[in-house]
Ligand binder design. Structure first.
Ligand code: TTP
Ligand code: MG
Length: 357
């Protein structure tokens, strides 16, 4: 079984500036100019993504459109056409399935493939990219390595429209110089902590024992210990297990105070309930916690959660009060969601993080 083999071959495929590349394909006259996909500035939108010409101006995903237009006044802004992107995504996954059924989707434009035992993974990746280009007129980047962690790092190495291989023999040298920031799961907070310890790359990280890392980073410590050595045993999971479900709204005008936040709750809960009702009973029975998410007008983000088997307005109100008290200032975005427990049902569909409106 490829999944259990000690010498696996994993490919990570990631489409290049996915939404923007699709817009360029649909409007070839826009090629070569800085282009972004996102919400409009006067509606306080943010960029979903932008093409590489726009990235030269420092633009990136999740940047407020207003800021993007200040930095790049010539920017062409296209609105989000999600139905089209989903359709293209399906066509891409149809292509991937010609090579192997062992595919783990990570998002609309990203997947792991386990191609152990199928011959040269480098040639397979090349062939996948050529096929995507020929059939979809889009470019993809690929990483090829013995595990998911390294394959994902590798797909970024020669992006856009490139690929990079890390063979088992090359892992030790590669990992020494790899900045810890490139490790999936090392965000700003962890990176700062690591830096304060004098750790910049995985080679530095190797000096620490699992116990030391666990003491400082909790459960993530063990993973850091393994990643610092290029070790990752996680299998390619063909079925996604849904861990959470949530809805959120970015308000056109900030909610000025706690009362307004509380008034916004029933609508959010209705939408959450509607989404929950579309899941099977087994999944609904697995609800274990309710959470709310608050983004304040200074962009600080806070979440509060409590154990619960079903989302009630009463509990949501209590969580909202607790969360709002942390900063006591106007609110830009509110979200409510549930976490599912370990016994939850398997889902074939993607677990896309948040349902934004
Ligand atoms: P990514 O693969 O992260 O980005 P990308 O494909 O645009 O660019 P890259 O070449 O660096 O891979 O995300 C895939 C798509 O998901 C992206 O085209 C738009 C969407 N997206 C958002 O809507 N919001 C976000 O914050 C991010 C990161 C992505
Ligand atoms: Mg991408």
């Amino acid at each position: 079984m490829p999944q259990e083999s000690a010498n696996r071959k994993i490919i990570h495929i990631d489409m290049d500036c996915f939404f923007a590349a699709i817009e360029e394909r649909e409007h070839p006259e826009l090629r070569g100019r800085p282009l972004a996909v996102g919400g409009s500035a006067d509606r306080r939108g943010v960029l979903a993504t932008c093409n590489y010409e726009a990235r030269q101006f420092g633009l990136h995903s999740a940047m407020p459109t207003r800021t993007a237009l200040q930095r790049c006044p010539g920017l062409i802004l296209q609105s989000v056409n999600m139905a089209l992107y989903k359709q293209v995504s399906q066509a891409i996954f149809d292509i991937l399935r010609r090579y192997t059924p062992l595919i783990e989707p990570l998002s609309l434009d990203e997947a792991y493939l386990d191609v152990s035992g199928l011959g040269s993974a480098t040639l397979i990746a090349q062939d996948i990219r050529n096929t995507i280009r020929k059939e979809q007129d889009l470019t993809a980047s690929a990483g090829i390595a013995p595990n998911k962690f390294l394959a994902k790092v590798a797909s970024d190495w020669n992006k856009p429209d490139g690929q990079f291989v890390i063979t088992p023999n090359a892992i030790d040298d590669f990992i020494q110089e790899l900045p810890v920031k490139r490790i999936h799961g090392v965000g700003k907070v962890t990176a700062t902590k690591l830096q304060a310890m004098g750790i910049n790359n995985c080679g530095d990280l190797q000096a620490y024992t699992p116990e030391q890392l666990e003491e400082r980073f909790g459960r993530f410590g063990q993973q850091l210990y393994d990643y610092a050595r290029g070790i990752d045993h996680r299998p390619v999971k063909t079925h996604q297990i849904r861990k959470s479900l949530s809805v959120e709204t970015t308000y056109e005008q900030d909610l000025p105070n706690l009362d307004h936040c509380l008034e916004a709750l029933p609508d959010l809960l209705d939408r959450l309930q509607h989404r929950l009702d579309r899941l099977g009973k087994e999944q609904k029975d697995a609800v274990q916690a309710l959470f709310i998410k608050i983004k304040f007008n200074n962009f600080d983000l806070t979440t509060v959660q409590a154990p619960s088997n079903s989302p009630t307005l009463e509990l949501a109100r209590a969580l909202m009060q607790k969360g709002w008290m942390r900063e006591q200032r106007p609110v830009r975005l509110l979200g409510v969601g549930v976490h599912f427990g370990p016994g939850n049902a398997k889902q074939d569909q993607l677990d896309l993080p948040l349902d934004s409106h």
